[in-house]
Design a protein around this ligand. Structure first.
Ligand SMILES: NC(=O)C1=CN([C@@H]2O[C@H](COP(=O)(O)OP(=O)(O)OC[C@H]3O[C@@H](n4cnc5c(N)ncnc54)[C@H](O)[C@@H]3O)[C@@H](O)[C@H]2O)C=CC1
Ligand SMILES: CC(C)CC(=O)C(=O)O
Ligand SMILES: [Mg+2]
Length: 357
């Protein structure tokens, strides 16, 4: 298969973790005779430095032409001064909107090796297999902002169309899983959440085979850590999903492990680990690349339809953790390149085993 893949390494650890994911994609391409053409573009702080814009026109145009986009992370202290007019994070929001990727899938699985390092009791982690579906192009990240000397505001606005399409995506995904959707809102206070809940009830009528429950976001934040195995698909608005998924990383053992796929109506997607640019460890070769590598697996699955290649990567990552080859955020000594080399070795091992069979 020929595929045009745009790489946006971005800032901080983004270039380090993206290089790891690209090495894995190249290995998969070689093994399966796929023709993946990689083109790199700037986004975020590095793009501001180079062009003055967080999402340069050339980057935007390339992404709109791509089969899929793989992003590292954006942002960092250099561009965080409140007086800075261009924000790296704004470039990412603009890209998500331009691509129309309204559904951000964030799977959370708990590998036993990582679970042993989680602060959560092991018996609570048994069987945890979550899929967050976070609304990605609406809500307070995209509402009008105001600021004067004495006050500031961020509008949170949702249309029925925006809510319904992401809920339908969650219900569709639940059908291929354990058939349970938990819709998370703050309907006891927020009008957007009341609209969200009403819409969820209406959409659920079209999915009699899927069980819908509602959960208020504050208690959900607690239940996620106390009863994580009780949940299947969790769907929520942009801000709540951003926060709850970083919290869910505690279940998995580290923020560095979790991937994401951002999808719209078509096959083109934006793939990125859920973590940020981690300026505290950038440039030291210690970032955990697994979130990026697993995002590459999601790219193969969702944008290119290469399910078995995606599974190969996921199995290889599991094999590395099984072998106790752990990055520093999981208490080990392995650097970014060590983990990358270990995943490539696990892939080569499985390819050799397949060839011998
Ligand atoms: N998608 C994106 O591009 C995102 C960008 N950001 C930006 O990143 C910058 C830093 O934000 P923070 O709040 O510090 O969040 P962060 O996710 O970058 O880091 C939080 C903590 O997790 C650690 N961490 C994150 N990824 C890791 C990895 N792969 N391996 C090992 N440790 C890892 C970091 O070292 C840090 O201690 C900010 O400018 C923020 O706006 C934050 C989240 C998402
Ligand atoms: C715009 C991003 C920095 C927001 C974020 O933290 C995320 O999408 O995970
Ligand atoms: Mg986040």
């Amino acid at each position: 298969m020929k595929a045009n893949l745009v790489l946006l390494p971005g800032d901080g650890i983004g270039p380090e973790t993206t290089a790891a994911a690209v090495a894995v994609l190249r290995a998969i391409a070689t093994r399966h005779a796929h023709d993946f053409v990689f083109t790199e573009h700037a986004i975020g702080g590095c793009a501001i430095d180079a062009t003055g814009a967080a999402l340069p026109a050339a980057t935007r145009a390339a992404c709109l032409q791509a089969d899929a986009v793989l992003l590292g992370a954006v942002g960092g202290p250099k561009w965080s001064d409140p007086a800075t007019p261009a924000r790296p994070e704004q470039g990412l929001l603009q890209l998500r909107a331009a691509l129309g990727v309204f559904a951000n899938l964030r799977p959370v699985r708990v590998h036993p090796r990582a679970a042993a390092l989680s602060p959560i009791k092991p018996e609570r982690l048994a069987g945890v297999d979550l899929l967050f579906v976070r609304e990605l192009t609406g809500g307070s990240y995209f509402g009008a902002r105001t600021r004067d000397a004495a006050s500031a505001s961020d509008e949170c606005r949702y249309t029925v169309v925006e809510i319904e399409r992401v809920l339908r995506r969650a219900f569709d995904l639940a059908r291929g899983r354990r058939g349970r959707v938990t819709s998370i809102d703050k309907a006891n206070v927020l009008e957007t959440s009341r609209l969200w809940r009403e819409t969820a009830v209406r959409v659920a009528a079209d999915y009699p085979d899927v069980v819908l429950e509602h959960q208020l976001v504050d208690s959900m934040a607690m239940l996620l850590l106390t009863r994580p195995a009780d949940y299947d698909v969790l769907v929520t608005e942009n801000l709540f999903g951003d926060i709850l998924t970083d919290e869910a990383a505690v279940l998995a053992g580290s923020l560095g492990l979790l991937p994401s796929a951002s999808l719209g109506d078509g096959r083109r997607g934006l793939y990125e680990p859920i973590h940020g640019s981690a300026p505290d460890i950038a440039g030291r070769g210690v970032a955990n690349p697994i979130g990026s590598i697993l995002s590459a697996a999601l790219l193969l699955r969702h944008s290119l339809g290469l399910e078995s290649e995606a599974r190969e990567i996921e199995v290889a990552v599991d094999a590395v953790l099984d072998a106790n080859e752990l990055p520093r955020d999981l208490g080990g000594q392995a650097g970014t390149q060590d983990i990358t080399a270990a995943v490539l070795a696990a892939l080569a091992h499985s390819h050799a085993a397949q060839a011998a069979a």
